[in-house]
Design a protein around this ligand. Sequence first.
Ligand SMILES: [Zn+2]
Length: 233
Amino acid sequence: MSQLGEGTGIVKGKETLVTSPRIKLASDTQPVPRKAYSPAWCSNRLESIYERDEDWLEKPQVEVFITQPAYSCICLHAQSDLQNEVGGALTGKWCQDAISGSQFIVVDAALPARHTRYGSAFLTFTSDSLLAFQRELETNHPGKLIVGWYHTHPGMGVFMSGYDTWLHEHFFPEHYQVALVIEPRSAQAGVFIRQPDGYLDARRYYGLYELNGSHTASIIDWQNLIPREDPDE
Ligand SMILES: [Zn+2]
């Protein structure tokens, strides 16, 4: 679960409710997807159980590729604290396949949040962490976008809490922005992606593509994501 707080928030026990966010992690100018070719051919596709459910045919707005350096950074951060939630921003590119027209994002860096308040069942980004994301993006990742965020749920499973959904809607409102949730104790993960009509399912999640440049083994053996078999093999 996560919260995003500012100094002006209403403190309610452990919970900080923010009524008027002033910082938005989206560009003022509307970006357009880059024309590119899907790197699916050099990636390991990991599917969630929901994607294998024929009764759930919802196609996500974007598919998610994560480069191995970014993947390593996220997983190491996730496993660095098995008691408290940790999280950060995902940066990269938003693309449209030149042949199929389908959209995808490529996450090529993760920005661990440094200015957070956290506990065993909540994570609060502060306005300082959001400003730090923007500064780091401009300084070290010029031309890249914030394509989403990630955070952990130690011992709680993979879902989007009410706070997570609130945060996602207010701070990651672009249709290509996604939320990666990791349960580090049991090695489970899932990506929450909007559907074409903007709806975000808070329970059913998607898998991801581990972009590794070749058919090498995945660096993480997720307990709840299943490698998709290549039909040509
Ligand atoms: Zn959460």
